[in-house]
Design a protein around this ligand. Structure first.
Ligand SMILES: NC(=O)c1ccc[n+]([C@@H]2O[C@H](COP(=O)([O-])OP(=O)(O)OC[C@H]3O[C@@H](n4cnc5c(N)ncnc54)[C@H](OP(=O)(O)O)[C@@H]3O)[C@@H](O)[C@H]2O)c1
Length: 323
């Protein structure tokens, strides 16, 4: 089968098409014929070896896929042959992929497989940041970074649904997309001072919650933009680089709640919270708040280019590869 392989940790440009055997599902795993694989920022980080616990090169790339179940490993419970599922595993940028059965979710009725991409990695991550971790309440103000991105778009839509005022950041060319999703204010973080703009928009108070997926200078701005004493900053990405925060900073400079989020760790260590997130996402689908996804779908061979575009901030919304 065709698959994308990363031979060295030299970034997306090194990624190449390869001809590899179709994998066999082990105990507790299922094999799917991949209709579409989701591209995530973590894929970019893995190509450079900067994703904590990521694969060593050479490796078969991709970890999010959706498709039809064509083979079952031993001891697979609820999943049926012929069912259409979305899940995360390994070697997803391929014609067939193995997924742990316990982690797959059915593609919602009436949706195409590709429309379900992002269910966990984008929507559940955004919802976890907003609700169980960020404790967003109606009437509060939330700052959503990278708001035109895959996670960011989900966050803006849900934050508006839950009654928040949304201040978004995005590159200037993406502002119309973010406004169309309902964001109340959009900041071009590349030309404006984010903390100063937030202070202006909130009467000097700061925001109740920041969804911090960017890092670098933006992370520093996020700490300054959060409301003193009660403001929460949920950190779930480091695209723009790492920044140290000390106990001195929290004691004397940034009187805020700093919260770390990794959806894989949440699934493993707080399965009850994950179950609640998935149930809430089903309700949001039924209510039309979470519509079928419309990823930009590219041919598998375009993978290296798509990852390079994701890395250079050229993409808008969810990207997917069709094998
Ligand atoms: N912790 C978790 O469990 C988890 C799960 C899913 C995603 N994430 C993280 O959430 C973030 C968004 O992921 P995604 O897959 O939805 O990607 P994405 O938001 O679709 O794409 C990344 C966007 O981030 C913005 N950005 C700002 N500074 C950047 C920089 N220095 N380098 C690259 N992009 C930068 C760009 O938008 P603008 O041009 O508008 O600035 C870019 O388009 C990533 O940091 C990812 O690692 C974390």
């Amino acid at each position: 089968m065709r698959a994308l392989r990363q031979p060295t940790l030299d970034g997306p440009a090194a990624m190449e098409l390869a001809d590899v055997p179709v994998p066999a599902p082990g105990p507790g795993e299922v094999l799917i014929r991949v209709s579409a694989a989701g591209v995530n920022f973590a894929d970019v980080m893995q190509t450079r070896g900067t994703y904590h616990g990521g694969p060593q090169a050479p490796y078969l790339a991709g970890f999010e896929s959706a498709g039809e179940v064509v083979a079952l490993g031993e001891g697979v419970g609820d999943v049926r042959l012929g069912q259409h599922v979305i899940g995360t595993g390994y070697a997803a940028f391929a014609e067939y992929a193995v997924l742990p059965a316990a982690g797959v979710a059915p593609v919602p009725a009436g949706w195409r497989d590709e429309q379900a991409l992002g269910l966990v990695l984008n929507w559940a991550t955004a919802l976890a940041a907003l609700r169980p971790l960020g404790r967003l309440a109606a009437g509060e103000t939330v700052l959503v970074h990278a708001a035109a991105g895959a996670v960011g778009q989900a966050a803006v839509q849900m934050a508006k649904h839950y009654g928040a005022v949304v201040i978004a950041t995005a590159s200037a060319g993406k502002h119309d997309v973010v406004r169309a999703l309902g964001a109340d204010h959009v900041i071009d973080y590349r030309s404006e001072d984010v903390a100063a703009r937030v202070a202006e928009l909130t009467g000097g108070q700061g925001v109740d919650l920041v969804l911090e997926s960017v890092g670098g200078e933006t992370f520093t701005a996020s700490l300054a933009a959060a409301k003193r004493v009660t403001g929460r900053v949920v950190v779930f990405g480091v695209a723009g680089g790492t920044v140290p925060v000390t106990n001195w900073d929290l004691n004397f400079k940034h009187h805020i709640h700093l919260i770390g989020l990794h959806i894989g760790v949440l699934i493993q260590h707080a399965p009850h919270i994950f179950g609640e997130l998935m149930a809430e996402l089903q309700e949001l689908q039924a209510a039309g708040v979470y519509p079928p996804g419309e990823p930009t779908v590219h041919d598998l061979a375009e993978g290296p280019k798509v990852l390079a575009e994701l890395e250079s901030r050229a993409t808008v919304g969810k990207q997917a590869l069709r094998p």
